[in-house]
Design a protein around this ligand. Structure first.
Ligand code: NAD
Length: 494
Protein backbone atom coordinates (compact mmCIF):
# COMPACT_ATOMS: atom_id res chain seq x y z
CA UNK A 1 0.00 0.00 0.00
CA UNK A 2 1.32 3.47 -0.79
CA UNK A 3 0.98 6.61 1.29
CA UNK A 4 -2.29 7.77 -0.27
CA UNK A 5 -3.90 4.37 0.32
CA UNK A 6 -2.85 4.52 3.99
CA UNK A 7 -4.16 8.07 4.23
CA UNK A 8 -7.52 6.98 2.84
CA UNK A 9 -7.75 4.17 5.36
CA UNK A 10 -6.77 6.54 8.14
CA UNK A 11 -9.51 9.01 7.17
CA UNK A 12 -12.13 6.22 7.26
CA UNK A 13 -10.93 4.76 10.55
CA UNK A 14 -13.43 4.45 13.38
CA UNK A 15 -11.46 2.67 16.09
CA UNK A 16 -13.02 0.95 19.08
CA UNK A 17 -12.43 3.20 22.08
CA UNK A 18 -14.32 1.45 24.89
CA UNK A 19 -12.53 -0.80 27.34
CA UNK A 20 -12.70 -4.58 27.14
CA UNK A 21 -14.00 -6.43 30.17
CA UNK A 22 -15.27 -10.01 30.44
CA UNK A 23 -15.36 -10.48 26.67
CA UNK A 24 -17.25 -7.27 25.80
CA UNK A 25 -16.52 -3.65 25.00
CA UNK A 26 -17.93 -1.38 27.72
CA UNK A 27 -17.90 2.32 28.54
CA UNK A 28 -16.33 3.58 31.74
CA UNK A 29 -18.78 3.39 34.64
CA UNK A 30 -18.38 7.16 35.04
CA UNK A 31 -19.07 7.66 31.32
CA UNK A 32 -15.89 9.76 31.11
CA UNK A 33 -13.51 9.75 28.14
CA UNK A 34 -10.21 11.38 27.22
CA UNK A 35 -8.89 12.51 23.84
CA UNK A 36 -6.50 10.28 21.94
CA UNK A 37 -4.40 12.71 19.87
CA UNK A 38 -2.35 11.53 16.90
CA UNK A 39 1.19 12.96 16.85
CA UNK A 40 0.99 12.91 13.05
CA UNK A 41 -1.32 15.93 12.83
CA UNK A 42 -2.59 16.59 16.39
CA UNK A 43 -6.00 15.25 15.34
CA UNK A 44 -8.26 13.61 17.94
CA UNK A 45 -8.59 10.09 16.57
CA UNK A 46 -10.73 8.66 19.35
CA UNK A 47 -12.34 9.44 22.67
CA UNK A 48 -11.06 6.69 24.90
CA UNK A 49 -13.00 5.39 27.91
CA UNK A 50 -11.37 6.87 31.02
CA UNK A 51 -11.33 3.97 33.46
CA UNK A 52 -10.97 4.49 37.20
CA UNK A 53 -11.20 2.39 40.36
CA UNK A 54 -14.71 1.11 39.59
CA UNK A 55 -13.71 -0.11 36.14
CA UNK A 56 -10.57 -1.73 37.49
CA UNK A 57 -12.67 -3.46 40.15
CA UNK A 58 -14.97 -4.82 37.44
CA UNK A 59 -12.06 -6.05 35.33
CA UNK A 60 -10.20 -7.65 38.23
CA UNK A 61 -13.42 -9.35 39.36
CA UNK A 62 -13.93 -10.76 35.86
CA UNK A 63 -10.32 -11.92 35.77
CA UNK A 64 -10.47 -13.51 39.23
CA UNK A 65 -13.77 -15.25 38.48
CA UNK A 66 -12.38 -16.68 35.26
CA UNK A 67 -9.22 -17.78 37.05
CA UNK A 68 -11.02 -19.49 39.91
CA UNK A 69 -13.48 -21.21 37.57
CA UNK A 70 -10.55 -23.04 35.94
CA UNK A 71 -11.97 -22.27 32.50
CA UNK A 72 -8.46 -21.30 31.37
CA UNK A 73 -6.17 -22.06 34.30
CA UNK A 74 -7.16 -25.73 34.22
CA UNK A 75 -7.72 -26.15 30.49
CA UNK A 76 -5.86 -28.97 28.77
CA UNK A 77 -2.46 -27.55 27.68
CA UNK A 78 -3.02 -28.73 24.12
CA UNK A 79 -6.29 -26.78 23.91
CA UNK A 80 -4.72 -23.68 25.42
CA UNK A 81 -1.95 -23.88 22.88
CA UNK A 82 -4.43 -24.11 20.01
CA UNK A 83 -6.17 -20.93 21.20
CA UNK A 84 -2.88 -19.00 21.50
CA UNK A 85 -1.79 -20.13 18.03
CA UNK A 86 -5.14 -19.11 16.57
CA UNK A 87 -4.78 -15.74 18.27
CA UNK A 88 -1.33 -15.30 16.70
CA UNK A 89 -2.83 -16.13 13.28
CA UNK A 90 -5.61 -13.57 13.78
CA UNK A 91 -3.04 -10.91 14.71
CA UNK A 92 -1.25 -11.60 11.42
CA UNK A 93 -4.55 -11.52 9.51
CA UNK A 94 -5.25 -8.08 11.01
CA UNK A 95 -1.74 -6.84 10.30
CA UNK A 96 -2.79 -3.73 8.36
CA UNK A 97 -5.52 -2.71 10.79
CA UNK A 98 -3.27 -3.13 13.83
CA UNK A 99 -0.37 -1.36 12.13
CA UNK A 100 -2.55 1.62 11.23
CA UNK A 101 -3.82 1.95 14.80
CA UNK A 102 -0.26 1.82 16.15
CA UNK A 103 1.07 4.34 13.64
CA UNK A 104 -1.72 6.85 14.16
CA UNK A 105 -1.54 6.48 17.93
CA UNK A 106 2.20 6.91 18.42
CA UNK A 107 3.68 8.16 15.12
CA UNK A 108 5.63 4.99 14.37
CA UNK A 109 6.55 4.65 10.67
CA UNK A 110 3.92 2.44 9.05
CA UNK A 111 6.53 0.04 7.64
CA UNK A 112 7.86 -0.57 11.15
CA UNK A 113 4.37 -1.03 12.57
CA UNK A 114 3.62 -3.57 9.84
CA UNK A 115 6.84 -5.54 9.90
CA UNK A 116 8.21 -5.14 13.39
CA UNK A 117 5.41 -4.39 15.84
CA UNK A 118 2.51 -6.47 14.55
CA UNK A 119 4.68 -9.36 13.46
CA UNK A 120 6.68 -9.20 16.70
CA UNK A 121 3.52 -9.37 18.80
CA UNK A 122 2.18 -12.28 16.72
CA UNK A 123 5.47 -14.15 17.04
CA UNK A 124 5.53 -13.63 20.81
CA UNK A 125 1.98 -14.95 21.21
CA UNK A 126 2.81 -17.91 18.98
CA UNK A 127 6.08 -18.67 20.79
CA UNK A 128 4.48 -18.76 24.25
CA UNK A 129 1.54 -20.71 22.84
CA UNK A 130 3.95 -23.32 21.56
CA UNK A 131 5.73 -23.39 24.92
CA UNK A 132 2.55 -24.39 26.75
CA UNK A 133 2.78 -28.11 26.00
CA UNK A 134 6.57 -28.25 26.02
CA UNK A 135 7.45 -27.03 29.51
CA UNK A 136 7.77 -29.76 32.10
CA UNK A 137 7.77 -29.65 35.87
CA UNK A 138 10.36 -31.33 38.11
CA UNK A 139 10.73 -34.30 40.41
CA UNK A 140 13.19 -33.68 43.26
CA UNK A 141 15.77 -36.35 44.23
CA UNK A 142 13.86 -37.25 47.41
CA UNK A 143 14.35 -40.52 49.38
CA UNK A 144 12.85 -43.67 47.78
CA UNK A 145 9.87 -43.62 50.13
CA UNK A 146 8.75 -40.20 48.95
CA UNK A 147 7.70 -38.43 45.78
CA UNK A 148 8.63 -34.74 45.87
CA UNK A 149 7.19 -32.79 42.95
CA UNK A 150 8.07 -29.22 42.07
CA UNK A 151 5.35 -27.68 39.93
CA UNK A 152 4.87 -24.23 38.51
CA UNK A 153 1.52 -22.82 39.53
CA UNK A 154 -0.16 -19.77 38.00
CA UNK A 155 -0.36 -16.78 40.34
CA UNK A 156 -3.95 -15.70 39.63
CA UNK A 157 -4.71 -12.21 38.32
CA UNK A 158 -1.80 -10.42 36.64
CA UNK A 159 -1.96 -6.62 36.31
CA UNK A 160 0.10 -5.34 33.38
CA UNK A 161 0.84 -1.62 32.97
CA UNK A 162 2.70 -0.74 29.78
CA UNK A 163 4.15 2.33 27.99
CA UNK A 164 3.49 3.91 24.60
CA UNK A 165 6.74 3.34 22.75
CA UNK A 166 6.09 -0.28 21.67
CA UNK A 167 2.46 -0.69 22.77
CA UNK A 168 1.66 -4.00 21.10
CA UNK A 169 5.04 -5.66 21.50
CA UNK A 170 5.47 -4.87 25.18
CA UNK A 171 1.84 -5.86 25.90
CA UNK A 172 2.51 -9.20 24.20
CA UNK A 173 5.70 -9.70 26.24
CA UNK A 174 3.57 -9.58 29.41
CA UNK A 175 0.23 -11.02 28.37
CA UNK A 176 1.46 -14.02 26.36
CA UNK A 177 3.67 -15.65 29.05
CA UNK A 178 1.12 -14.76 31.75
CA UNK A 179 -1.62 -16.56 29.81
CA UNK A 180 0.70 -19.43 28.91
CA UNK A 181 1.13 -20.07 32.64
CA UNK A 182 -2.66 -20.18 33.12
CA UNK A 183 -3.17 -16.75 34.70
CA UNK A 184 -5.89 -14.22 33.91
CA UNK A 185 -4.79 -10.71 32.96
CA UNK A 186 -5.89 -7.09 33.26
CA UNK A 187 -3.87 -4.86 30.92
CA UNK A 188 -3.67 -1.07 31.33
CA UNK A 189 -2.19 0.40 28.13
CA UNK A 190 -0.60 3.85 28.12
CA UNK A 191 -3.12 6.64 27.56
CA UNK A 192 -1.30 7.64 24.34
CA UNK A 193 -1.70 4.17 22.84
CA UNK A 194 -4.83 2.24 23.81
CA UNK A 195 -6.14 1.30 20.36
CA UNK A 196 -4.05 -1.73 19.42
CA UNK A 197 -4.53 -3.30 22.87
CA UNK A 198 -8.31 -3.16 22.43
CA UNK A 199 -8.16 -4.92 19.09
CA UNK A 200 -5.72 -7.51 20.45
CA UNK A 201 -8.20 -8.34 23.21
CA UNK A 202 -11.09 -8.75 20.78
CA UNK A 203 -8.99 -11.04 18.61
CA UNK A 204 -8.11 -13.16 21.65
CA UNK A 205 -11.82 -13.73 22.26
CA UNK A 206 -12.31 -14.56 18.58
CA UNK A 207 -9.52 -17.11 18.91
CA UNK A 208 -11.43 -18.82 21.72
CA UNK A 209 -9.94 -17.32 24.88
CA UNK A 210 -12.70 -17.58 27.51
CA UNK A 211 -14.35 -14.36 28.68
CA UNK A 212 -12.67 -12.59 31.56
CA UNK A 213 -9.26 -14.16 30.97
CA UNK A 214 -7.82 -11.11 29.17
CA UNK A 215 -9.26 -7.68 29.97
CA UNK A 216 -8.12 -4.21 28.95
CA UNK A 217 -8.86 -1.19 31.14
CA UNK A 218 -8.05 2.06 29.37
CA UNK A 219 -7.40 5.20 31.35
CA UNK A 220 -4.87 7.55 32.86
CA UNK A 221 -1.91 6.26 34.84
CA UNK A 222 -2.62 7.90 38.18
CA UNK A 223 -6.27 6.74 38.00
CA UNK A 224 -6.68 3.36 36.24
CA UNK A 225 -2.99 2.42 36.56
CA UNK A 226 -2.83 3.22 40.24
CA UNK A 227 -6.13 1.42 40.99
CA UNK A 228 -4.80 -1.72 39.30
CA UNK A 229 -1.46 -1.54 41.09
CA UNK A 230 -3.19 -1.11 44.45
CA UNK A 231 -5.82 -3.82 43.91
CA UNK A 232 -5.75 -6.51 46.58
CA UNK A 233 -6.80 -9.27 44.19
CA UNK A 234 -3.95 -8.63 41.78
CA UNK A 235 -1.22 -11.16 42.54
CA UNK A 236 1.49 -9.67 40.38
CA UNK A 237 2.12 -6.37 38.71
CA UNK A 238 4.15 -6.44 35.51
CA UNK A 239 5.25 -2.91 34.69
CA UNK A 240 7.22 -1.29 31.89
CA UNK A 241 7.72 2.45 31.95
CA UNK A 242 9.75 5.18 33.56
CA UNK A 243 11.78 4.90 36.75
CA UNK A 244 9.67 7.37 38.77
CA UNK A 245 6.47 5.44 37.95
CA UNK A 246 8.25 2.16 38.72
CA UNK A 247 9.08 3.51 42.16
CA UNK A 248 5.38 4.30 42.69
CA UNK A 249 4.47 0.74 41.68
CA UNK A 250 6.65 -0.62 44.49
CA UNK A 251 5.01 1.81 46.89
CA UNK A 252 1.47 0.83 45.79
CA UNK A 253 2.34 -2.83 46.23
CA UNK A 254 3.79 -2.24 49.68
CA UNK A 255 0.74 -0.24 50.74
CA UNK A 256 -1.75 -2.84 49.47
CA UNK A 257 -1.32 -6.62 49.38
CA UNK A 258 2.47 -6.76 48.88
CA UNK A 259 1.87 -8.14 45.39
CA UNK A 260 4.93 -9.16 43.42
CA UNK A 261 6.24 -6.44 41.12
CA UNK A 262 8.38 -6.86 37.98
CA UNK A 263 9.86 -3.62 36.68
CA UNK A 264 11.25 -2.89 33.22
CA UNK A 265 12.45 0.70 33.34
CA UNK A 266 14.49 3.16 31.31
CA UNK A 267 18.05 3.23 30.07
CA UNK A 268 20.97 5.33 28.83
CA UNK A 269 22.66 2.58 26.91
CA UNK A 270 26.28 3.07 25.83
CA UNK A 271 27.60 2.08 22.41
CA UNK A 272 31.35 1.75 23.00
CA UNK A 273 33.74 1.99 20.06
CA UNK A 274 37.26 0.72 20.78
CA UNK A 275 40.08 1.91 18.54
CA UNK A 276 40.58 -1.37 16.66
CA UNK A 277 37.15 -1.63 14.99
CA UNK A 278 37.49 -3.42 11.66
CA UNK A 279 34.37 -2.31 9.80
CA UNK A 280 33.66 1.33 10.64
CA UNK A 281 30.83 1.57 8.08
CA UNK A 282 28.92 -1.25 9.74
CA UNK A 283 29.70 0.26 13.12
CA UNK A 284 28.39 3.72 12.11
CA UNK A 285 25.21 2.40 10.58
CA UNK A 286 24.53 0.14 13.57
CA UNK A 287 25.14 3.01 16.00
CA UNK A 288 22.72 5.20 14.05
CA UNK A 289 19.99 2.56 13.97
CA UNK A 290 20.66 1.87 17.65
CA UNK A 291 19.60 5.38 18.60
CA UNK A 292 17.38 6.77 15.83
CA UNK A 293 15.07 3.78 15.37
CA UNK A 294 11.59 4.67 16.69
CA UNK A 295 12.86 8.28 16.98
CA UNK A 296 14.98 7.27 19.96
CA UNK A 297 11.88 6.36 21.96
CA UNK A 298 13.26 2.99 22.89
CA UNK A 299 14.13 1.99 26.43
CA UNK A 300 17.39 0.36 25.33
CA UNK A 301 18.23 3.07 22.74
CA UNK A 302 21.99 3.39 22.38
CA UNK A 303 21.91 7.03 23.36
CA UNK A 304 25.58 7.44 24.31
CA UNK A 305 28.42 6.71 21.91
CA UNK A 306 31.68 6.37 23.83
CA UNK A 307 34.69 6.55 21.54
CA UNK A 308 38.01 5.31 22.88
CA UNK A 309 41.12 7.16 21.63
CA UNK A 310 41.37 9.70 18.84
CA UNK A 311 42.17 7.36 15.96
CA UNK A 312 38.62 6.73 14.68
CA UNK A 313 36.69 9.62 16.12
CA UNK A 314 36.51 12.09 13.24
CA UNK A 315 36.00 9.35 10.65
CA UNK A 316 33.19 7.81 12.72
CA UNK A 317 31.38 11.13 13.18
CA UNK A 318 31.83 11.78 9.45
CA UNK A 319 30.20 8.47 8.61
CA UNK A 320 27.36 9.09 11.08
CA UNK A 321 26.79 12.51 9.51
CA UNK A 322 26.69 11.03 6.01
CA UNK A 323 24.22 8.41 7.20
CA UNK A 324 21.95 11.01 8.77
CA UNK A 325 21.92 13.25 5.70
CA UNK A 326 19.94 10.59 3.85
CA UNK A 327 17.89 9.25 6.78
CA UNK A 328 14.22 9.62 5.73
CA UNK A 329 12.37 11.57 8.42
CA UNK A 330 8.75 12.44 7.75
CA UNK A 331 5.15 11.36 7.55
CA UNK A 332 4.58 8.15 9.50
CA UNK A 333 1.99 6.99 6.93
CA UNK A 334 4.59 7.08 4.16
CA UNK A 335 6.04 3.56 3.78
CA UNK A 336 9.44 5.02 2.88
CA UNK A 337 9.75 6.94 6.19
CA UNK A 338 12.33 5.64 8.68
CA UNK A 339 11.65 8.11 11.47
CA UNK A 340 8.30 9.68 12.32
CA UNK A 341 7.11 12.24 14.86
CA UNK A 342 7.64 12.15 18.62
CA UNK A 343 4.65 10.59 20.42
CA UNK A 344 3.19 13.77 21.95
CA UNK A 345 3.84 17.49 22.17
CA UNK A 346 4.63 17.00 25.85
CA UNK A 347 7.37 14.48 25.06
CA UNK A 348 8.55 16.62 22.12
CA UNK A 349 8.97 19.62 24.42
CA UNK A 350 10.87 17.48 26.88
CA UNK A 351 13.32 16.52 24.12
CA UNK A 352 13.51 20.18 23.04
CA UNK A 353 14.50 21.16 26.58
CA UNK A 354 17.57 18.88 26.34
CA UNK A 355 18.52 20.45 23.00
CA UNK A 356 18.43 23.83 24.77
CA UNK A 357 21.25 22.66 27.05
CA UNK A 358 23.70 22.19 24.19
CA UNK A 359 26.56 24.70 24.23
CA UNK A 360 26.29 25.54 27.92
CA UNK A 361 29.23 23.31 28.86
CA UNK A 362 31.28 23.05 25.68
CA UNK A 363 28.92 20.77 23.71
CA UNK A 364 28.25 21.31 20.00
CA UNK A 365 25.84 19.95 17.41
CA UNK A 366 27.67 17.69 14.96
CA UNK A 367 24.36 17.03 13.17
CA UNK A 368 20.77 18.22 13.64
CA UNK A 369 19.75 20.15 16.73
CA UNK A 370 16.65 21.84 15.34
CA UNK A 371 13.74 21.74 17.70
CA UNK A 372 10.19 20.89 16.61
CA UNK A 373 7.51 23.47 17.29
CA UNK A 374 3.88 24.29 16.48
CA UNK A 375 1.88 21.35 15.20
CA UNK A 376 4.96 19.40 14.15
CA UNK A 377 6.39 16.70 16.34
CA UNK A 378 9.24 15.90 13.93
CA UNK A 379 12.64 16.31 15.55
CA UNK A 380 15.62 15.79 13.25
CA UNK A 381 18.10 13.09 14.25
CA UNK A 382 20.72 14.86 16.33
CA UNK A 383 24.34 14.09 17.21
CA UNK A 384 25.94 16.14 19.98
CA UNK A 385 29.74 16.25 20.37
CA UNK A 386 31.97 17.23 23.27
CA UNK A 387 29.59 15.94 25.95
CA UNK A 388 31.03 15.44 29.42
CA UNK A 389 30.34 12.07 30.99
CA UNK A 390 28.84 13.48 34.16
CA UNK A 391 26.59 16.07 32.47
CA UNK A 392 22.79 15.97 32.42
CA UNK A 393 22.86 15.18 28.69
CA UNK A 394 25.00 12.15 29.43
CA UNK A 395 23.18 10.89 32.49
CA UNK A 396 19.45 11.43 31.85
CA UNK A 397 17.24 9.48 29.51
CA UNK A 398 16.19 11.94 26.76
CA UNK A 399 13.91 9.45 24.97
CA UNK A 400 14.23 11.17 21.60
CA UNK A 401 16.47 11.00 18.49
CA UNK A 402 19.48 12.43 20.30
CA UNK A 403 22.89 10.77 20.49
CA UNK A 404 25.59 12.20 22.74
CA UNK A 405 29.26 11.56 21.95
CA UNK A 406 31.65 11.07 24.84
CA UNK A 407 35.45 10.67 24.65
CA UNK A 408 37.38 7.97 26.51
CA UNK A 409 41.13 7.52 26.79
CA UNK A 410 41.55 3.74 27.22
CA UNK A 411 39.48 0.60 27.87
CA UNK A 412 39.28 1.24 31.62
CA UNK A 413 38.05 4.80 31.06
CA UNK A 414 35.53 3.65 28.43
CA UNK A 415 34.25 0.94 30.77
CA UNK A 416 33.92 3.29 33.75
CA UNK A 417 31.95 5.72 31.59
CA UNK A 418 29.81 2.96 30.03
CA UNK A 419 28.86 1.70 33.48
CA UNK A 420 28.75 5.18 35.01
CA UNK A 421 25.01 5.92 34.99
CA UNK A 422 22.17 4.83 37.24
CA UNK A 423 20.90 2.57 34.43
CA UNK A 424 21.90 -0.88 33.21
CA UNK A 425 19.52 -2.00 30.49
CA UNK A 426 21.75 -2.58 27.45
CA UNK A 427 25.20 -1.82 26.03
CA UNK A 428 27.34 -2.59 23.03
CA UNK A 429 31.06 -2.79 22.38
CA UNK A 430 32.81 -2.63 19.02
CA UNK A 431 36.28 -4.10 18.52
CA UNK A 432 38.14 -6.16 15.92
CA UNK A 433 39.73 -8.22 18.70
CA UNK A 434 37.44 -10.92 20.06
CA UNK A 435 39.30 -11.31 23.35
CA UNK A 436 39.35 -7.55 23.97
CA UNK A 437 35.66 -7.23 23.10
CA UNK A 438 34.70 -10.20 25.22
CA UNK A 439 36.66 -9.04 28.25
CA UNK A 440 35.00 -5.67 27.91
CA UNK A 441 31.52 -7.21 27.47
CA UNK A 442 31.96 -9.28 30.63
CA UNK A 443 32.46 -6.17 32.70
CA UNK A 444 29.52 -4.22 31.29
CA UNK A 445 26.71 -3.99 33.87
CA UNK A 446 23.73 -4.38 31.58
CA UNK A 447 20.93 -6.88 31.02
CA UNK A 448 21.83 -7.18 27.33
CA UNK A 449 25.27 -6.71 25.81
CA UNK A 450 25.91 -6.71 22.08
CA UNK A 451 29.33 -7.26 20.53
CA UNK A 452 29.90 -5.69 17.10
CA UNK A 453 26.16 -5.13 16.63
CA UNK A 454 23.24 -3.43 18.34
CA UNK A 455 19.64 -4.26 19.05
CA UNK A 456 19.68 -7.80 17.70
CA UNK A 457 16.91 -9.45 19.61
CA UNK A 458 14.27 -12.09 19.52
CA UNK A 459 11.71 -13.60 21.85
CA UNK A 460 14.20 -16.44 22.49
CA UNK A 461 16.43 -14.32 24.77
CA UNK A 462 15.51 -12.55 28.02
CA UNK A 463 15.26 -8.77 28.20
CA UNK A 464 15.47 -6.58 31.28
CA UNK A 465 17.77 -4.45 33.33
CA UNK A 466 20.38 -4.17 36.04
CA UNK A 467 20.43 -1.29 38.55
CA UNK A 468 17.87 1.48 37.91
CA UNK A 469 16.67 -0.22 34.72
CA UNK A 470 14.58 -2.61 36.76
CA UNK A 471 14.24 -6.23 37.74
CA UNK A 472 12.54 -9.24 36.24
CA UNK A 473 12.89 -10.36 32.66
CA UNK A 474 10.54 -10.26 29.68
CA UNK A 475 10.83 -12.76 26.82
CA UNK A 476 12.31 -16.29 26.64
CA UNK A 477 11.24 -19.18 28.87
CA UNK A 478 12.62 -17.22 31.84
CA UNK A 479 9.63 -14.86 31.55
CA UNK A 480 7.42 -17.76 32.61
CA UNK A 481 9.02 -17.42 36.06
CA UNK A 482 7.47 -13.95 36.30
CA UNK A 483 4.00 -15.43 36.10
CA UNK A 484 4.25 -18.56 38.20
CA UNK A 485 5.16 -19.73 41.67
CA UNK A 486 6.99 -22.95 42.48
CA UNK A 487 4.97 -25.38 44.55
CA UNK A 488 6.37 -28.41 46.35
CA UNK A 489 4.12 -31.43 46.80
CA UNK A 490 5.72 -34.10 49.00
CA UNK A 491 3.96 -37.48 48.84
CA UNK A 492 4.72 -40.13 51.45
CA UNK A 493 5.00 -43.45 49.60
CA UNK A 494 5.11 -45.67 52.68
P1 NAD B 1 5.38 6.17 32.28
O1 NAD B 1 6.05 5.59 33.46
O2 NAD B 1 4.95 7.57 32.35
O3 NAD B 1 4.06 5.35 31.92
C1 NAD B 1 4.08 3.96 31.75
C2 NAD B 1 2.72 3.41 32.14
O4 NAD B 1 2.49 3.70 33.52
C3 NAD B 1 1.55 4.03 31.36
O5 NAD B 1 0.59 3.04 31.12
C4 NAD B 1 1.01 5.05 32.34
O6 NAD B 1 -0.35 5.32 32.15
C5 NAD B 1 1.25 4.36 33.65
N1 NAD B 1 1.34 5.27 34.79
C6 NAD B 1 1.82 6.54 34.81
N2 NAD B 1 1.72 7.05 36.05
C7 NAD B 1 1.17 6.10 36.83
C8 NAD B 1 0.81 6.03 38.20
N3 NAD B 1 1.00 7.06 39.05
N4 NAD B 1 0.27 4.90 38.67
C9 NAD B 1 0.08 3.85 37.85
N5 NAD B 1 0.37 3.84 36.54
C10 NAD B 1 0.92 4.96 36.04
O7 NAD B 1 6.34 5.90 31.07
P2 NAD B 1 6.10 6.30 29.55
O8 NAD B 1 6.39 7.74 29.42
O9 NAD B 1 4.82 5.77 29.07
O10 NAD B 1 7.23 5.41 28.83
C11 NAD B 1 8.51 5.82 28.69
C12 NAD B 1 9.40 5.17 29.73
O11 NAD B 1 9.28 3.75 29.68
C13 NAD B 1 10.85 5.44 29.45
O12 NAD B 1 11.50 5.75 30.65
C14 NAD B 1 11.37 4.14 28.88
O13 NAD B 1 12.72 3.95 29.00
C15 NAD B 1 10.57 3.15 29.63
N6 NAD B 1 10.50 1.87 28.90
C16 NAD B 1 11.19 0.79 29.40
C17 NAD B 1 11.18 -0.41 28.73
C18 NAD B 1 11.92 -1.61 29.26
O14 NAD B 1 11.62 -2.72 28.83
N7 NAD B 1 12.83 -1.48 30.17
C19 NAD B 1 10.47 -0.54 27.55
C20 NAD B 1 9.79 0.57 27.07
C21 NAD B 1 9.81 1.77 27.78
Amino acid sequence: MDKSAWEKRASELKPESRMYINGSFVDAVSGKTFDDISPRDQRVIAKIAAGDTEDVNRAVKAALTSFESGVWSEMNPRDKKAIMLKWADLIREHQEELALLETLDVGKPISDSMNVDVMGAARTVQWYGEAIDKTYDEIAPAPRNALAMITREPLGVIGAVVPWNYPMIIASWKVAPALAMGNSVVLKPAEQSSLSALLLARLATEAGLPDGVFNVVTGLGPEAGQALARHNDVAKLAFTGSGPTGRKMLQYAAESNMKQVALELGGKSPQVVLDDVKDLDACASSIAWGIYYNAGQTCNAGSRVIVQGNKLKEELYGKLTEFLKTFPVGDCLDPSTYMGPIVSTQQRDRVNSYLDMVGKDGENFIFGGEKATGDSNLIQPTLIGGVKHDSVLSQEEIFGPVLVAIDATDDADALAKANGTSYGLAASVWSGNVARAHNFARKLRAGTVWVNTFDMSDVITPFGGFKGSGSGRDKSLHALDNYSALKTTWVDLN
